[in-house]
Design a protein around this ligand. Structure first.
Ligand code: KG4
Ligand code: ZN
Length: 331
């Protein structure tokens, strides 16, 4: 009969649902919320309302694309933490109701564990142990994955996340939110070495990105009007190059320290072409086995929740109906 799981992700501004059968992703549906663009960032109240509107059609679509019915489901999974509490509540409540009405187990998933385990979705996947650089709008971590349930954070940011560094510098360049993908697009046409921005000297495997934003701001303040428009591609390429270098240097240090040479990336920033190409190049030079995720599994998605839930199902790790979402949660 097999194990069929419906997974729901609603931690931030994407409403997503996925069906996974015996570890294979049958559907991965995402409804992005355009409403936040005009505000230059995610507005929590609007995000919750949009989740309420989107969740039923997104789940219906996920079932339809997978050719599955509610009666086929062995369990329902949801993102429990971390995220915006009002957003998390929508997915949690929906999953709990479905679990109760269908009388099937409920599985609570940690969003950051799921970003790492998204690397287990493709056929060409790493074996344990592997290293994962998880870079998103809220997190920047180097994780040593010894098993699906033994994930050790061996380095992280002490201030802004890499995604914030992209989005905040994009804002300084007059680009709309989220600026990361736009920097990536303009960077393809620019010279990455045209402008130099200082790289922070942070000990161990930790990161810092708040200085980059300040350094770009001071640099732009010294320029003549019209400078940004005239140099947009080179500015984007140089900012991206700086962020990617900071990330890759720490990853190289992590490989050296752990001697683990299977390296993955995850999270929204792992969709960045500079980071993807940089990692492949570094891997070739240093003899690492690198794994580059499909774009649809990089940014927030429910397939990563589904694959994590599949592993939890096999372990019998179920949640009770009294489980609550949490905005912040350690793992
Ligand atoms: O993982 P994610 O979808 O949501 C969070 O959990 O935060 O990551 C969103 C972040 C945003 O900061 C966005 O600008 C960034 O990922 N991002 C990118 C690219 N695509 C998304 N940053 C740089 N280049 C990209 N291509
Ligand atoms: Zn995320």
């Amino acid at each position: 009969m097999g194990i069929t799981i419906l997974a729901i992700e609603s931690s931030c501004d994407e409403t997503a649902a996925s069906i996974c059968k015996d570890g294979e992703i049958l559907s991965n549906v995402i409804a992005s919320q355009a409403v936040h663009e005009q505000y230059g960032g995610v507005v929590p109240e609007l995000a919750s309302r949009a989740h309420m509107q989107n969740i039923v059609p997104v789940v219906d679509q996920a079932l339809l694309q997978a050719g599955s019915k509610l009666s086929d489901l062995s369990a329902v999974a949801f993102t429990q933490a971390p995220g915006l509490i009002g957003s998390l509540l929508v997915g949690t409540q929906f999953a709990k109701s479905l679990s109760l009405s269908l009388q099937i187990p409920l599985i609570a998933v940690h969003h950051m564990q799921a970003h790492v385990l998204a690397n287990l979705i493709p056929e060409q996947r790493p074996s344990f142990p592997f290293l994962c650089l998880t870079v998103s709008g809220g997190h920047t971590q180097i994780v040593l994955a010894k098993s699906a349930f033994e994930l050790e954070v061996i380095g992280e940011t002490i201030d802004d996340a890499a995604g914030e560094a992209f989005d905040k510098t994009a804002k300084l360049l007059g680009l709309p939110y989220p600026g990361g993908p736009l920097i990536d697009r303009y960077a393809k046409l620019g010279d990455p070495l045209k402008f130099k921005f200082a790289e922070p000297q942070i000990p161990e495997l930790n990161f810092s990105f708040s200085g980059l934003k300040t350094s770009v701001l001071y640099f732009l303040q010294k320029q003549e009007p019209g400078f940004i428009e005239a140099n947009k591609n080179d500015l984007c390429a140089s900012v991206q190059h700086t962020i990617v270098q900071i990330l890759l240097k720490k990853l190289a240090k992590a490989v050296q320290q752990t001697q683990v040479k299977q390296v993955c990336i995850a999270g929204g920033v792992s969709a960045n072409s500079g980071l993807r190409n940089g990692l492949i190049e570094m891997g070739q030079k240093r003899g690492w086995k690198t794994f580059i995720l499909d774009f649809s599994y990089c940014t927030d998605n429910a397939a990563m929740i589904a694959i994590t839930a599949y592993h939890k199902f096999q372990k019998g790790d179920f949640a009770s109906l009294s489980v609550n979402p949490s905005a912040r949660a350690e793992w």
